[in-house]
Design a protein around this ligand. Sequence first.
Ligand code: 8LK
Length: 234
Amino acid sequence: MSKVLKTSIPSLSSPRKAPFTVFIEGNIGAGKTTFLNHFKKYDDVRLYTEPVEKWRNVQGINLFELMYKESHKWAFPFQTYVTLTMLQTHTEYTSKRVKLMERSLYSARHCFVEAMLANNTLHKGMYNIMQEWYNYINENIHIQADLIVYLRTTPEVVYERMKARGRSEEDSVSLDYLKQLHDLHEDWLMHGRKHRPAPVLVLNADLDMDKICDEYVRSESSILRSQGQFISTN
Ligand code: 8LK
């Protein structure tokens, strides 16, 4: 019996347009997931939250927990796996007109991997391998990037939020580490000291959850005006 081909053949006359792709960036506890959930009501938006559940269960192994517990040993395999899962999300096909991603390959490279090198949890040799991966990906794989939304916070505020969230794996995360991640986000997104693949929209994410809604609304027009079309709600 012959197999039925399930994939449709794209029309040659109208090549598929890549979705308007937005990365939501910011420190631990900045409210990225809450921000993403705000866009659930839109039909034409595909949301990708950070794949923490995949990191927690790599064929039964909690890589996320190991990374914080024994960072010297596990930071490198963890970041390698994060890079794979981010790449899977970057390249995943969606027919929706807007793709919203929590973090990206760029925050892995410019924030987390840099912090781990500075803290000696990544040996320079491991760091160099990560750089070779990023360079290879940059040169050979198209990563769609149209807008970066930077949820800008102060480390003290996100420290309190992180504690209140109470993710057990994050028990050992210190205020100093959050300050370090903050500075790396600032260097990258505010001062442009690292490559920014798209324009950056900065939102004040220190605000309380009720007030932050105004900031979300401010960002909606930038996100949803993609390709000049109106996006309907459910
Ligand atoms: O964001 C969820 C948790 O994972 C938080 O504790 C920070 C950690 N994390 C990390 O160590 N390295 C990362 C990411 C998250 C995301 C990227 C791209 N790299």
